[in-house]
Write a protein that binds this ligand. Structure first.
Ligand code: NAP
Length: 342
């Protein structure tokens, strides 16, 4: 018998290896029959984590059919959507269709929700073979069931935004919240965002501005993104550099800044981020493609006295902050809408 604490964390759903938490598990039990403290969601759409989707697409040579087959295979084998290479997942939206009598989540049958816990620990069963998805976009129309534990979190979807937009915003809502918190606590003036024209990147710029930073630099990978970011008005300065080329990033940024936020969806941005950051400054690694050894050994190797934070996907108030930044900041909408199939 599992204790209530273990059940709240979902340990009772772990099939292999026994005793680990669901996120570390190789396989989860995705049985749609719920326990008294669980909630079942009728799935409508998945949002695959950007780093995971990119990795799957590249591994499949951008063949959408092969990407779809790979996602079905992962979910079928693991009982959850956790990319074995990147380790990352994403999140989902759907409708609550069963609530156990002891669930503390405050959800009701019929609520339209987004899960704010990662797909990497969410028991998931797909029943439509992802027939409505062409394998070419991060958002995946899907039918099936997902299970929330007593300690999971979910947000009721807002009525004023398209679901696809809410899903995209809520997937990355940890980034603006983490950025705002760091800027406020450090009273930071200057901020660099790597991958600034992406979803989490543009939200982080807007959050940094709102939190009081005054010198915002966006690093993007090409002139097309630079033009879009300039037009958005979110950054004071836009520079083009490959985030995976540390010397190019350092040269493009110039004087190192108080806070650097890594929002690219590719590996290899650790050293450029460290070089872009001033002594005593902070790097927030929001990207799931970040390597802990590359960051830690890189900072040591450069004798860089920087604080390095793992971008926690959860900060209290993170969902509301991201949704509000989208509603109130035209530049954020201009950058996010084209990335989302509304
Ligand atoms: P996104 O919208 O795809 O944005 C990523 C941006 O980085 C894009 O503009 C991309 O440009 C740019 N980029 C890629 N390679 C680059 C390079 N070499 N140099 C400069 N820019 C480059 O992705 P997102 O949804 O914001 O996600 C960003 C990261 O956050 C991902 O790694 C994702 O895994 C992570 N994430 C973390 C959490 C968490 O809880 N910590 C939660 C969700 C997501 P192109 O569009 O031209 O490729």
């Amino acid at each position: 018998m599992r204790t209530a604490v273990e059940r709240a964390l979902g340990v009772h759903r772990v099939l292999e290896p026994a005793g680990v938490l669901p996120q570390a598990a190789l396989r989860l039990d995705a049985d749609p029959a719920i326990g008294p403290d669980e909630v079942r969601i009728a799935v409508q759409r998945l949002n695959l984590d950007a780093a995971s989707f990119r990795q799957l697409s590249e591994a499949a040579g951008n063949d959408g059919e092969a990407v779809r087959a790979a996602v079905l295979d992962i979910v079928g084998t693991r009982g959850k959507m956790q990319n074995p290479v990147t380790g990352s997942g994403g999140m989902l939206i759907g409708v609550v269709d069963a609530v156990g009598p002891d669930s503390p989540l405050g959800l009701r049958v019929g609520d339209r929700v987004a899960t704010l816990v990662s797909l990497t620990l969410t028991p998931l069963r797909i029943t439509d073979g992802l027939a409505r998805w062409d394998g070419r976009a991060e958002q995946v129309p899907a039918e099936g069931t997902a299970i929330l534990f007593a300690r999971s979190i979910a947000a009721v979807l807002p009525d004023d935004l398209p679901d696809a937009v809410s899903l995209a915003l809520l997937d990355v809502c940890g980034a603006p919240a983490a950025t705002a918190r760091v800027v406020e606590r450090a009273a930071a003036r200057s901020v660099v965002v790597l991958g600034a024209a992406g979803k989490s990147g543009c939200l982080s710029l807007a959050a940094a501005r709102q939190a009081g930073a005054g010198e915002l630099t966006g690093v993007v990978r090409n002139e097309t993104e630079a033009a879009a970011l300039r037009a958005s008005g979110l950054a004071d300065r836009v520079v083009v550099a490959d985030a995976t080329d540390p010397l190019a990033v350092a040269a493009a940024v110039g004087t190192p800044v108080d806070v650097t936020v890594v929002c690219v969806d590719v590996p290899g941005a650790e050293h450029g981020a460290i070089l872009a950051t001033a002594e005593g400054g902070t790097v927030v690694f929001f990207s799931m493609a970040t390597s802990f050894p590359a960051a830690a050994l890189g900072a040591e190797g450069m004798a860089a006295d920087v604080t390095m934070l793992v971008g926690n996907g959860y900060t209290p108030g993170h969902a509301a902050l991201a949704l509000d930044l989208y509603r109130t900041t035209p530049g954020v909408r201009a950058l996010i809408d084209p990335r989302v199939e509304v």
